[in-house]
Design a protein around this ligand. Structure first.
Ligand code: ATP
Length: 293
């Protein structure tokens, strides 16, 4: 058996451009891997993916992690059975890139298990999902194009985030459609003085999808205002939402911030930025992470 952790991502900033000729939105975003992870295990056994308790995560060919395994097998023309177990901890449809990071880790696991070079993972990533190339690279990166162009940046660490998932799931496609319907609004950037020092050179940072997420689910704005009042600082949204986050000096401060949030959130967690999108675990090693939040 081999195992890996797959880290969620936060969009520290996300700029969206109008639809291109092929019907895709071009983006330019500052992406950051964070210490909120799923765990995947690969072994011989019954072919398929298992592991979570029903709910919103799809089965089989609709699961991004399984699609990653199939893509590697197809390329290698391998018929070897693969048993994949997914321990799902990252909230689904939250703007945290859970499906993409599972796919990135599953690509790496499948390459190793089936004896392919890990460079095959990078070749296959963009076809599985637009955030998969970033999740393979991980850390701090500037992501452009449809998400397939990933320029690694020097890691910006030394701060913490309080991350809160309001009680709604947002479909990325619905939010982009709303953004088009609104005429492609631009974000109001966070004041540079409120960013951690290491991020100030990346200002202005804002998320163009925020007005669209609010159009689809107005409670995202209610949660944002509530958190800003409680935390006494600006709060931003990641990806297509609804997940919101605020910057704190260290994990202790971020933990105190999430301890006081209103009831009803889908999840809340204090996290720190990390330098990798995924990591292989030694045989049987526990990833040292706590249970689902
Ligand atoms: P992003 O930020 O990349 O736009 P997200 O974090 O908002 O994505 P995901 O958690 O990746 O959203 O889930 C989006 C949809 O993908 C889910 O509604 C689910 O149906 C589907 N999905 C497929 N595979 C997975 C997976 N391994 N984990 C979570 N969702 C998955």
């Amino acid at each position: 058996m081999i195992a890996a952790t797959a880290n969620a991502k936060i969009n520290l900033g996300l700029h969206v451009a109008r639809l291109d000729r092929d019907g895709f939105h071009q983006v330019a975003g500052l992406f950051q891997s964070i210490g909120w992870s799923d765990r995947l295990e690969m072994a011989d056994g019954a072919d398929g993916i298992t592991g979570w308790d029903g709910g919103e995560v799809p089965d089989g060919a609709d699961n991004t992690a399984w699609r990653a395994v199939e893509a590697v097998r197809r390329r290698l023309e391998s018929r070897r059975s693969v048993s994949l177990r997914l321990d799902k901890r990252i909230p689904v449809a939250a703007g945290l890139g859970g499906g993409s990071t599972d796919a990135a880790a599953a690509l790496q696991l499948a390459c190793r298990w089936l004896g392919a070079p890990s460079s095959l993972a990078a070749e296959l990533a963009a076809d599985i999902g637009s955030d998969v190339p970033f999740c393979l690279e991980g850390g701090t990166a500037l992501v452009t194009g449809r998400g397939e162009q990933v320029a690694a940046l020097p890691a910006v660490l030394g701060y913490a985030l309080a991350v809160v998932v309001p009680p709604v799931e947002l479909s990325t496609a619905d939010v982009y459609r709303a953004w088009d319907d609104l005429g492609g609004p631009a974000a109001t950037p966070l004041p540079a003085g409120n960013l951690p020092p290491g991020l100030r050179s990346h200002a202005p940072l804002g998320n163009d999808l925020y007005p669209a997420a609010v159009a689809v689910a107005p409670l995202v704005a209610e949660w944002r205002h509530e958190l800003e009042a409680r935390w006494g600082r600006p709060v931003a949204m990641t990806g297509s939402g609804p997940t919101l986050f605020g910057f704190f000096v260290d994990r202790d401060e971020a933990e105190a911030a999430v301890a006081g949030i209103p009831t009803g959130a889908r999840a809340a967690k204090a996290v720190v930025p990390v330098t990798n999108g995924w990591s292989m675990l030694a045989n049987g090693e526990n990833d040292g992470l706590d249970s689902p939040t």
